[in-house]
Design a protein around this ligand. Structure first.
Ligand code: SF4
Length: 159
């Protein structure tokens, strides 16, 4: 069997609009990629959800709690390359609204933040791990995502 690129698609804090866009891309890329890409971890494709060694992890969303931070670091350790997809993952916005709340509102939601083990600030990926690449947009720009997949298919010797 020929070599395939081992890929994971992960979601953290956000509205999952970038992953929905990824599904839209599959409308025209599925049959091409299914020959070249092994989607090892993509909840939307009903793959298993264990974190196994990957060539490339595409990650959507900002990081807002301790559990997410731990999972993000586990993904980084298991992946040769990490790509932040969408503005939440790249710069935290728009999922980081609460970073800009005033003191009064923050006091009002404090019990919720503590209950769900939230970090003091919602942060983008690069503040916690090394990020190798990024796909811009909110949601992701389709052409940029496809170009990124092509880049790594070549870099890992699949095509
Ligand atoms: S970048 Fe935009 S579309 Fe993507 S998860 Fe964040 S809010 Fe949703």
């Amino acid at each position: 069997m020929h070599k395939k690129l081992k890929v994971g698609i992960f979601s953290f804090t956000g509205d999952e609009g970038c992953v929905i866009q990824f599904l839209e891309i599959l409308n025209y890329k599925f049959f091409e990629w299914v020959e070249k890409v092994d989607f090892r971890n993509a909840r939307v494709l009903k793959s298993h959800n264990e974190i196994t060694p990957l060539d490339v992890a595409f990650i959507e969303g900002a990081i807002s709690n301790e559990k997410e931070e731990k999972r993000l670091k586990t993904i980084r350790a298991a992946s040769k390359k990490v790509v932040a997809i969408g503005s939440c993952a790249i710069n935290g916005s728009p999922s980081n609204h609460r970073n800009f709340f005033d003191k009064k509102i923050l006091e009002e939601i404090q019990s919720i933040l503590e209950h769900f083990d939230h970090r003091e600030k919602v942060v983008p990926l690069h503040e916690l791990i090394k990020v190798d690449d990024q796909v811009p947009g909110c949601p992701i720009i389709e052409e940029s995502f496809c170009a990124m997949m092509d880049k790594y298919l070549k870099e890992f010797g699949v095509v």
